[in-house]
Ligand binder design. Structure first.
Ligand code: SF4
Length: 505
């Protein structure tokens, strides 16, 4: 199988950097339907530019390249042990090249393996089949959307929806509830894979398996096809909008399967994928390992450009911020303001926040901008370069953020998806703001980094280290201000009210 290694590497690189045509089409339609000049429309402009940038430079669409999950079908006689080793080697090589972020962390020690290999990573499912070719499908689903997966054991009681019973109406309520609950935390608009029934473990697996269907296919089961269409229509009335900013689109797809269950159990399992829905596949010649054909994409077709303009259309009303920031500067900001940051910022996510609870910061954070980001970085000679640098889900830092602001004088926190009441109170009390960058726009933001000035806490691994960056024109939207305003709380409440209207008598 002389071509196996290169075929597998190409599959991973294309999946990470080139969004499949069905997802591109769905995102184009979403952007075209959005009300112009809204925050949701601005977010979609950046998203579409980012998709183009990623394809142009074969850079990761999103810095979180997720848990690589392969579904492999092999003819009888193919050596699966050999194939597994080849997949591992290709994953390590794609990581070395900066196409995948090192994402495999020892759950006991917290140590990042650095090459995406480790116990049960990557995930590989093997099946035998009676065809002559090998089929390998890959989905890269990041942590932000993975954390928005949901599993319901019906009957159950749901916010805004009342009781969900053991019937299709109960299933409908659970799915809509999952979309509402995700808000912008999973980088909406999202795509759902759903399994009705099965047991807890297999139900999630089957739900994720639905993400291998194309967004524009029609379920062969008429009942499920109707339910899929109904969910799409109703979810897109909720008003979650791109990144949860409020807007027309909440979902770009909903794919549902049903599996038999135990009489005592009735699970509805929902796999939520983000707009950066990276899924591709290949058919390989079983004797050479060469790519016989691609699934989901036609490599002979020119990759169409998605952006109508170059990212973020500036209006001249943007507020330019040059850290270190003063209290007066941040108190002058209001929800909805667009800021452009030029100057220095520090990345910090889960490990950094936990560290700061017990240790002083390795740099002076007074007036600083703290960016919730786990970038893809490559060392070229003695210099670090940023390969992908979008925001991570901020809500994970909610237990720490208020203390970090209070103790160390941070003036601006950048992330995505918003934060909770404790952080909002700290913004008010100490004079700070929360800025929402556009989730998944990893190439867009990487291009704003002029220089990597240094790195602290490298023992946490590349995504979790504290990177010291100098940026130019880093665009973000104030979504939580120092006056108690929170766009996230407002959208959650408004969408919750809509959810109540979707209850059927
Ligand atoms: S687009 Fe958002 S949810 Fe999706 S992988 Fe990237 S950061 Fe995570």
């Amino acid at each position: 199988m002389e071509f196996l290694a290169s075929s597998l590497l190409e599959l991973i690189v294309q999946t990470s950097t080139n969004l499949p045509p069905d997802v591109r089409a769905a995102m184009s339609m979403t952007a075209a339907a959005e009300t112009p000049a809204t925050q949701s429309a601005q977010a979609l402009d950046i998203i579409l530019s980012n998709v183009d940038m990623a394809a142009d430079d074969t850079g990761a669409i999103c810095q979180d390249t997720g848990m690589p999950t392969f579904v492999v079908h092999t003819p009888v006689g193919v050596n699966q042990i050999h194939l597994r080793k080849a997949i591992h080697a290709a994953v390590a090589e794609a990581t070395r090249l900066g196409k995948l972020r090192p994402n495999s962390v020892d759950s006991i020690t917290g140590k990042n393996s650095g090459n995406n290999l480790g116990p049960e990573t990557p995930v590989i499912h093997f099946e035998q089949w009676e065809e002559n070719e090998i089929e390998i499908k890959l989905v890269l689903k990041g942590g932000g959307c993975e954390n928005m997966n949901a599993q319901y054991s019906v009957p159950c009681q749901l916010d805004h929806m009342g009781r969900a019973d053991r019937n299709l109406e109960g299933v409908r309520k659970c799915i809509l509830h999952a979309v509402w609950k995700a808000q912008g935390l999973g980088c909406a608009p999202g795509a759902l894979g759903v399994c009705i029934g099965s047991d807890r473990a297999h139900g999630y697996e089957l739900a994720k398996g639905q993400l291998f269907r194309t967004l524009d296919d029609v379920n062969p089961d008429a009942t499920l096809a109707r339910l899929e269409a109904e969910i799409m229509e109703e979810a897109n009335k909720l008003g979650v909008g791109a990144m949860g900013f409020g807007g027309k689109a909440s979902l770009i797809g909903c794919k549902i399967t049903a599996a038999n269950r135990l009489p005592a159990s009735f699970f509805v399992s929902v796999a939520y994928d983000c707009w950066a829905f990276r899924r591709l596949g290949v058919r390989l010649d079983a004797s050479t390992g060469a790519i016989a054909r691609w699934l989901y994409r036609d490599p002979a077709r020119k990759v169409e450009r998605m952006a109508k303009s170059e990212g973020f259309a500036l209006t001249g009303r943007e507020v330019v911020l040059t850290p270190p920031l003063t209290e007066a500067q941040v108190r002058a900001l209001k929800v909805g303001d667009v800021v452009l940051i030029t100057g220095e910022m520090f990345t910090g996510r889960d490990n950094v926040h936990a560290y700061l609870m017990k240790n002083p910061p390795p740099v002076d954070l007074h007036g600083a901008v703290l960016y919730h980001c786990g970038p893809v970085m490559l060392k070229e000679g003695e210099r670090w370069t940023v390969k992908a640098a979008g925001p991570t889900t901020s809500m994970r830092e909610e237990p720490y953020q208020a203390d970090v602001i209070r103790r160390y004088g941070v003036r601006a926190v950048i992330g995505k998806g918003g934060m909770g009441a404790k952080t909002l109170a700290a913004l008010q009390e100490f004079g700070a703001v929360y800025l929402n960058a556009i989730g998944g726009a990893a190439q867009f933001y990487a291009r704003t980094v002029e220089e990597v000035l240094g790195v602290s806490l490298m023992e946490f691994g590349i995504p979790e280290a504290m990177w010291h960056l100098r940026v130019k024109g880093f665009a973000a939207i104030v979504t939580m201000d120092a006056h108690g305003g929170s766009l996230h709380a407002d959208v959650e409440q408004a969408t919750g009210e809509v959810l109540e209207t979707l209850q059927k008598a």
